[in-house]
Design a protein around this ligand. Structure first.
Ligand SMILES: *Cc1c(COP(=O)(O)O)cnc(C)c1O
Length: 342
């Protein structure tokens, strides 16, 4: 395996910039389990204010953030509704079921990534002792790099309200959605009781997510965070990276989106590749399975990192991918198809 020169595997691969490291080194810290870390407190207050919510909680990962949200909305034997491919259902090791005794009710996605409103409504259980108690609906936006319509989120919120359910947003990349829409994050997240935001994806922080929401939910989440081993001490070192990211790495997400479009256009020039036009920083590329295996191996041998080997690749742009990386990767792609044509 050659060293990766151009790393499109994920926006989690970014390394803290020199300026971010400086902010981390200079961070004022205290013991956050005692509530004494000024940098963590600043990050939590800042995120709560940005989203127009009561409170926030700094946590080690997006996975823990989603789990804490579900455990705060739900008790043992309750149920959450989420998309079949929602990260919190399908990519978090079943944590809500294992650790929270919370049952998932997955719903199939439509072609555009949304769940049909009728399907959501039909999955809400009546108050009957045969059933788990439906307690919360969880949405994800962006979803696979797609920005789902704000109107859709509002329609689901209306269903939640009508049935007295909570509403959670896995907004791991909500800032990408807001930059793409030109929308304030507080407006985007207004319908939700709780929102999880990743600092360690496109925002470029080394570690951390923030759960933001209603005071009673965040209070419960703080207790659950301790229980799950997520109570950290001088975590202001990490929070300082998050604060730096909020100051310097939000507007620039537009550059990742621009580069993703450029990359998508370049890839779409090859007839064997079916490329989704990205709303944000994630591109899916479909191709015939065998070709896909050869293509991904070739890219790896030339130092271009992507994920997905058989039939569908994922390419992600981020802080550590510049214009030269996009051009360089496209030259490797051209080289592959020149060899294939022989
Ligand atoms: C990455 C991601 C998470 C989980 O974040 P980790 O920090 O990797 O645990 C949750 N939801 C979505 C949509 C993600 O992309």
């Amino acid at each position: 395996m050659n060293a990766i020169r151009y790393d499109f595997r994920s926006d989690t691969v970014t390394r803290p910039s020199a300026d971010m490291r400086q902010a981390m080194a200079a961070a004022e810290v205290g013991d956050d389990v005692f509530g004494d870390d000024p940098s963590v407190n600043r990050l939590e207050q800042r995120m709560a204010a940005m989203l127009g919510k009561d409170a926030a909680l700094f946590v080690p990962s997006g996975t823990q953030s989603n789990l804490l949200a579900l455990m705060s909305h739900c008790g043992r034997g309750d149920e959450y509704i989420a998309g079949q491919n929602a990260h919190l259902y399908s990519h978090e090791a079943g944590g809500a079921a294992v650790l929270g005794s919370i049952q998932p009710q997955p719903i199939a996605h439509q072609a555009d990534g949304t769940m049909a409103l009728d399907d959501i409504e039909a999955a809400i259980k009546p108050d009957d002792n045969h059933y788990a108690r439906t307690t919360v609906i969880a949405l994800e936006n962006t979803f696979g790099g797609k920005v789902l319509p704000v109107q859709y989120m509002q329609s689901v919120a209306a269903i939640a309200q009508r049935h007295g359910l909570g509403l959670h947003l896995d907004g791991a990349r909500a800032f990408n959605a807001c930059v793409a829409l030109g929308m304030d994050i507080a407006v985007f997240t207004a319908p939700f009781d709780s929102v999880s935001i990743c600092l360690s994806k496109g925002l470029g922080a080394p570690v951390g997510s923030v759960l933001v929401g209603r005071q009673d939910l965040i209070d419960k989440a703080r207790r659950h965070r301790k229980m799950l081993g997520g109570g950290m001490r001088q975590s202001g070192i990490l929070a300082a990276a998050g604060l730096h990211a909020l100051d310097h790495h939000i507007e620039r997400l537009a550059e990742d989106h621009r580069r993703a479009r450029k990359l998508a256009e370049g890839l779409a020039a090859f007839a064997a590749l079916t490329v989704t036009v990205p709303d944000t920083n994630i591109i899916f590329v479909d191709m015939e399975r065998q070709l896909g295996a050869r293509f991904t191996d070739f890219l790896a041998s030339r130092g271009v990192g992507v994920t997905g080997r058989y039939g569908q690749q994922r390419w992600v742009t981020h802080l550590d991918v510049d214009d030269a990386a996009v051009e360089g990767a496209l030259m490797v792609v051209a080289e592959f198809f020149a060899v294939e044509a022989q």
